[in-house]
Design a protein around this ligand. Structure first.
Ligand code: HEC
Length: 185
């Protein structure tokens, strides 16, 4: 990130999922933490270990608290990262041309090693959560993302230069053909 020392980690803490964008517009707050503070912030448990009854709700809560939703939307809208709507079970095209099925393993790997698979059309700016996210949170967030598999995008505005949606209706069908996202000519 320009203007920041290499050993600092910037977190965009704005309002809700548009947080990072709020920062960009100058209405959010930007918090810069040392790696140690960042690690301890990440280590705060956000799931009550005794009450893992509603995985999906816990996952949503975790995603919010971990600021995943500062970069990802759940309504199909492209943000700093790809939307989680319709992601589970879809085929995702990577920047090296590989197509990967978005199953539980892929979702987990995306959190732990975000640079292992970088989604086409996006920059690899996602921080790695390896060693920070407790396993129950990872499982709950995977469950949350799975629950969004049938969410279809309404009123999505895609930046012209970036991507064109293809065959959105195939989102729920793993075997289905063309990639969901393709670079605009
Ligand atoms: C600073 C912004 C940012 C934050 C915070 C962030 N991500 Fe991401 N994420 C991205 C970007 C950009 C990509 C696409 C590039 C890539 O694949 O690394 C991505 C990709 C992903 C993917 C793959 C998406 C796809 O369409 O295949 C998943 C799953 C994911 N992130 C989950 C998470 C979770 C869970 C969290 C919170 C624990 C999180 N992300 C936090 C920016 C972010």
């Amino acid at each position: 990130m320009p203007g920041l020392a290499d050993d600092t980690i910037a977190l965009a803490l704005g309002s809700g999922r548009r947080g990072a964008e709020s920062i960009a517009r100058g209405v959010g707050t930007l918090k810069v933490l040392s790696p140690v503070d960042y690690a301890s912030w990440l280590n705060q448990p956000v799931i009550d270990a005794s009450g893992l009854t509603d995985l999906r709700a816990d996952g949503e809560n975790a995603a919010r608290r971990r600021e995943c939703l500062a970069c990802h939307t759940v309504d199909g809208q492209r943000h700093i990262g790809p939307s989680w709507a319709g992601l589970y079970g879809s085929w995702v095209t990577m920047n090296d041309g590989r197509r990967v099925l978005a199953d539980e393993e892929y979702l987990t790997r995306s959190m732990m090693e975000p640079n292992a698979d970088v989604v086409e059309g996006y920059r690899s700016v996602m921080p790695s959560y390896f060693g920070f996210l407790p396993q129950p949170e990872v499982a709950a967030m995977v469950e949350y993302i799975k629950s969004l598999r049938d969410v279809t995008a309404h009123g999505v505005q895609l930046p012209a230069l970036a991507i064109t949606p293809l065959a959105q209706s195939d989102a729920g069908a793993p075997e289905a053909g063309p990639p969901l996202l393709q670079e605009a000519p």
